[in-house]
Ligand binder design. Structure first.
Ligand code: NAP
Length: 281
């Protein structure tokens, strides 16, 4: 599994990790087996949030990592409605309890809400000084939000920006990705399979992925994931609820595509126009 430095967080993180949105709707034993299989195969970046299943996803993650805490790069998120200074401290304590751990590797503001960033970031810094979180970042931040965040936090503090990014939604490439690269902020691609909207087998776009995949004894999904992490600043966190899906996704971690193949994918799934606002789910 290829690893890259995670922004300025001072840690190497696998390029392919694991998402956990809606895992609480799946068969519990199977999804825990999937997460563990993913960890075994190097997908040690686990992404969760207090929002997912109102804490139920964090509890499942906690069960999956029991006894293996040191192997994983554990990320959770505070809801904007909880992101006052006190609210953030409290939300983090509750997340840690559900996860059965004493620390998060990275803690994110899920999206920008009405509490001033000064409050949320002051809480993040306090949590970092206490050792409850090792780094912190943001999610769904467009460039003006990132500029505000940088002004409040100062350089070298924001570890990552987790954003919607998949073959059919490449809006971040216009401005967010270049901004993050300039400021050494890792970009984490959420919903890398389009949250269930992956090109259907047999369609022309799928056939391009399949042709490329066949050259590498790989699969179209592995090719798609690899494209999304083709730059050192990029990471992806597909969600899988079976061990077989997790194993397939982990296989993208060592796949190498040629410039020509990357170019074909680029043409097949064009970036599209500059959006009015950063797309999010
Ligand atoms: P996704 O990862 O794009 O897609 C998940 C879907 O792909 C599921 O239906 C899953 O099916 C399927 N899948 C995964 N691997 C597969 C495989 N190898 N073969 C066939 N199907 C496969 O969607 P997502 O859950 O929206 O995004 C991923 C993660 O990003 C989330 O879980 C969450 O952690 C994070 N996220 C963050 C935000 C944010 O605002 N920060 C927003 C959305 C998502 P199975 O479940 O059957 O395996």
């Amino acid at each position: 599994m290829e690893m890259h430095p995670f922004g300025n967080a001072g840690r190497e993180v696998p390029v392919i990790g694991q998402g956990t949105w809606y895992i609480d709707n799946e068969d519990r034993e199977t999804v825990i087996a999937a997460l563990r299989r993913g960890i075994d195969l190097g997908m040690t970046h686990l992404d969760t949030a207090e929002m997912y299943g109102s804490g139920a996803a964090e509890e499942i993650v906690g069960e999956a990592i029991a006894g293996r805490r040191d192997e994983v790069f554990l990320v959770s998120k505070v809801l904007p409605d909880h992101a006052s200074r006190e609210g953030t401290l409290e939300a983090c304590r509750e997340s840690l309890e559900r996860l059965g751990t004493d620390r998060l590797d990275c803690y994110l503001l899920h999206w920008r809400g009405s509490y001033p960033l000064e409050e949320t970031f002051a809480a993040f810094e306090q949590l970092r000084e206490e050792g409850s979180i090792l780094s912190w970042g943001v999610s769904n931040f467009d460039v003006p939000d990132l500029e505000d965040a940088l002004q409040v936090a100062g350089p070298g503090r924001i570890a990552c920006n987790q954003v919607l990014y998949n073959l059919q939604e490449r809006a971040i490439e216009h401005a967010v990705l270049p901004w993050c690269e300039k400021h050494r902020v890792a970009v984490v691609a959420y919903s890398p399979f389009g949250h269930g909207q992956f090109p259907r087998p047999g369609t022309p776009k799928w056939r391009v992925l399949k042709e490329i995949a066949d050259h590498h004894h790989a699969t179209p999904r592995q090719v798609a994931l690899r494209f999304l992490v083709r730059r050192p600043s990029l990471f992806a966190i597909p969600k899988a609820s079976t061990p077989d899906h997790a194993a397939e996704n982990a296989g993208a971690g060592d796949l190498q595509l040629t410039k020509h193949e990357l170019g074909r994918i680029d043409e097949t799934f064009p970036v599209g126009p500059v959006p009015q606002a950063l797309p999010m789910l």
